[in-house]
Design a protein around this ligand. Structure first.
Ligand code: PLP
Length: 377
């Protein structure tokens, strides 16, 4: 059992031993009976350390990503912070110029007091990455495709650069999901997910995960940190995210098909300045994406001619696509990133990020066509 569609349906899904229930039980217990000297019955003691429902999700995620172990958290940011804060004091981390805002803020505000520094480099430029490495660089953090410009980084090449510098390569695989891209197979040491997005898949559950290439000392350090700092995932959330895994490959195929259709449509529209979608042959990272991904994903961003006001008018004129942050749900979401990023926004002010949903593509194209026409008339 190695194909992703089959793993997604079955991994961590053994029918319940006691009842034969095909859908796994949600174990809400915070504490588990043990012997007088703490002898565990089935490996569990207290929910903050580990629990059976979360265990099933960890089994599924680790199987889909091809890792040796996974750890789930209450959000993607909790997962990201746990990984970065488990690095040794004095470590330097290279982060992407274009990346999830939360990573930049962690690097600017939360990591320096712990003795961990970050600097940014353009991860799609290997010379820039090489030049930005320092003797004390212990981790390269990649995000590909990245938020919000959909920049593509060559995971295998970054892994070589990291390992040549005695550093780990971590990859935020939230946009691609293990269905489209498996960084560990390309040489990465760690994969991070906001399972809030595609894996949960229904805009109704928050979670994060780390998947480790090896169950080694770094894994143990992150496990210990999670146990003691308490960023665990709630059992009901674990159950919902596990349910999301079952349909992930089928949903991703539909997301990719719709995104490609919308990207092509927008690229041909007069009111559009540029479309950032790795599936378009004009995208600078297209060849690398075609090599390391099985398809190009459901995220794109579009820059509207006429600047910030024109972009806001288009966003405001959409009727089917909902103005909201986040991504990976069934409904198409559109977001003016610069407004959401706030004071230190890095997104261009005419950029709209689109999480392309599961609607019929013709309805989506009609909505965007009408909004672009109305807002730019
Ligand atoms: C949403 C997101 C995160 C943060 O995850 P949360 O679940 O919101 O904490 C990190 N990276 C990427 C790429 C994201 O889209």
């Amino acid at each position: 059992m190695t194909r992703i569609e089959t793993l997604a349906v079955h991994a961590g899904g053994e029918p319940d031993e006691g009842t034969g229930a095909v859908s796994p039980p949600i174990h809400m217990a915070t504490t588990f009976r043990h012997g007088p000297a703490g002898e565990r019955q089935a490996g569990f003691e207290y929910q903050r350390e580990s629990n059976p429902t979360q265990d099933r999700l960890e089994t599924a995620l680790s199987a889909m990503e091809g890792g040796q172990a996974a750890l789930c958290f209450g959000s993607g940011m909790a997962a990201m912070a746990a990984a970065l804060e488990s690095l040794p004091t004095g470590a330097h981390v290279l982060i992407p110029t274009d990346c999830y805002t939360g990573l930049r803020v962690l690097g600017a505000e939360f990591l320096p007091p712990r003795g961990i520094t970050t600097t940014a480099a353009d991860m799609s430029d290997l010379d820039a990455v090489r030049a930005a490495l320092r003797p004390e660089t212990r981790m390269i953090w990649a995000e590909t495709p990245s938020n919000p410009r959909l920049c593509v980084a060559d995971i295998a090449a970054l892994a070589d650069l990291a390992h040549g510098n005695d550093a780990l390569l971590a990859c935020d695989n939230t946009f691609a999901t293990p269905v489209l891209q498996r960084p560990l197979a390309l040489g990465a040491d760690l994969v991070m997910h906001s399972t809030t997005k595609y894996i949960g898949g229904h805009s109704d559950v928050m979670g994060g995960a780390l998947v480790f290439a090896r169950r080694d000392a770094f894994h143990d350090a992150v496990f210990h940190r999670r146990h003691l700092t308490g960023g665990i995932l709630a059992p009901f959330s674990a159950w919902l995210i596990l349910r999301g895994c079952r349909s992930l490959p089928a949903r991703m195929a539909w997301h990719c098909r719709n995104a490609m259709a919308l990207a092509r449509f927008l690229a041909g529209h007069d009111a559009v300045e540029a479309v950032h979608y790795p599936g378009l042959p004009t995208h600078p990272g297209h060849d690398i994406a075609a090599r390391q991904m099985s398809d190009f994903g459901g995220m794109l961003s579009v820059r509207i001619k006429g600047g910030r006001d024109a972009a806001l008018r288009v966003a405001g004129a959409l009727e089917l696509a909902i103005n909201a942050t986040s991504l990976g749900g069934p409904e198409t979401l559109v977001e003016h990133r610069a407004s959401i990023e706030g004071a230190n926004a890095i997104s261009p002010d005419n950029l709209l990020r689109v999480s392309v949903g599961l609607e019929h593509p013709d309805d989506l194209l009609a909505d965007f066509g009408r909004a672009l026409g109305a807002a730019t008339a």
